[in-house]
Ligand binder design. Structure first.
Ligand code: GLU
Length: 313
């Protein structure tokens, strides 16, 4: 079948929409990340918006050398091209530094000298510093006073509420080893890149209230959030832990794209065709229906086919 013409693409619904995919280069692009990449791409494109890629290379001890390059090559092989140059968090320390200095100056963040064992004694949550030896390398935390509750309406998972003080406590913005914490960097970058819509895995649902608190503290806008189900294995573990079982094959993208399409609850019959990748994606855009996205936090990989089958029209 011929590829649909560009004019077949749905009209722009929200020209201001800016979405993103933000992989951490801790390994190969696995099926779970492909799902977030394809889901965020489809939602951005269906809204006539921009889709950006940001490499979250903030944690050198966990980084796999060459993984960022390979992930970007894999995205390209899957036809998922960013509209703007890829941003690397490792090069953006000055932005995080400025945000942190602002929070420290206003007394919203503080240097924390607590030891690991002191924190463990308090159940792992930080509510107040315990007196002890001062460390040469304190972490910096955001103060989360008692009664700090955050609720938001997720685009797929519905209302999500968290008592951030009781469930999370004062959280780290810069680690004792000097590295930036994900929560601070993601908030600074989503704002700096003008992201209006964050689409990512539901494993980050409970990070979102922390991010909203930080946005409020820094006077930044809160984007819309939509958390896609996380693919789990038979034991209910996140797929990235058993990634070796399901690497996505950059040399043969269509089977993985079709599986991701089904995992996104989309009608499988529309996308069985074997087409060049760009044509397949344009066709996917024509058939994509956001109302079919599965409103659940996890999706067992083994059940993918059945779930898609039950939804098929
Ligand atoms: N870098 C995070 C990850 O790979 C995703 C961050 C986000 O989308 O906010 O899990």
């Amino acid at each position: 079948m011929a590829a649909p013409a560009a004019t077949d693409v749905p009209a722009r619904a929200d020209a201001g929409y800016r979405g993103r995919f933000a992989p951490s280069p801790t390994g190969a692009l696995h099926f779970g990340s492909l799902l977030a990449a394809l889901g965020s791409w489809l939602l951005a494109r269906a809204a006539g918006g921009a889709w950006l890629v940001r490499v979250e290379d903030l944690d050198p001890p966990r980084e796999v050398p060459g993984a960022a390059r390979r992930q970007l090559e894999t995205l390209a092989a899957f036809g998922l091209h960013a509209d703007e140059p890829v941003v690397f968090q490792s090069a953006r320390g000055a932005l995080y530094e400025r945000a942190l200095a602002d929070l420290l100056e206003r007394g919203l963040a503080f240097a924390c000298h607590c030891s690991r064992s002191a924190l463990a004694a308090g159940g792992g949550l930080h509510h107040a510093c315990v007196a002890g030896a001062r460390r040469p390398d304190p972490a910096v935390r955001l103060r989360v006073p008692a009664g700090t509750q955050v609720a938001f309406d997720d685009g797929l998972q519905g209302r999500f509420a968290q008592d951030v003080h009781a469930q999370v406590g004062d959280f780290v913005l810069r680690r004792a080893d000097g590295y930036w914490a994900y929560q601070l960097a993601v908030v600074v970058d989503d704002a700096a890149q003008g992201i209006t819509d964050v689409v990512r895995g539901a494993d980050l649902l409970d990070s979102t209230p922390r991010q909203i608190l930080l946005q409020r503290a820094l006077g930044l806008p809160t984007p819309r959030y939509l958390h896609l189900p996380v693919i789990v294995d038979a034991e209910g573990h996140k797929l990235s832990k058993s990634m070796a079982a399901l690497p996505v094959d950059a040399a043969d993208p269509l089977p993985a794209l079709r599986a991701a399409w089904r995992a996104l609850g989309q009608a499988p019959h529309a996308m069985q065709a074997t087409l060049p990748i760009e044509a397949w994606l344009q066709r996917a855009l024509l058939h994509f229906d956001a109302r079919r996205l599965p409103a659940r936090a996890t999706l067992p990989f083994a059940a993918l086919h059945n779930i898609a089958g039950a939804n098929a029209v």
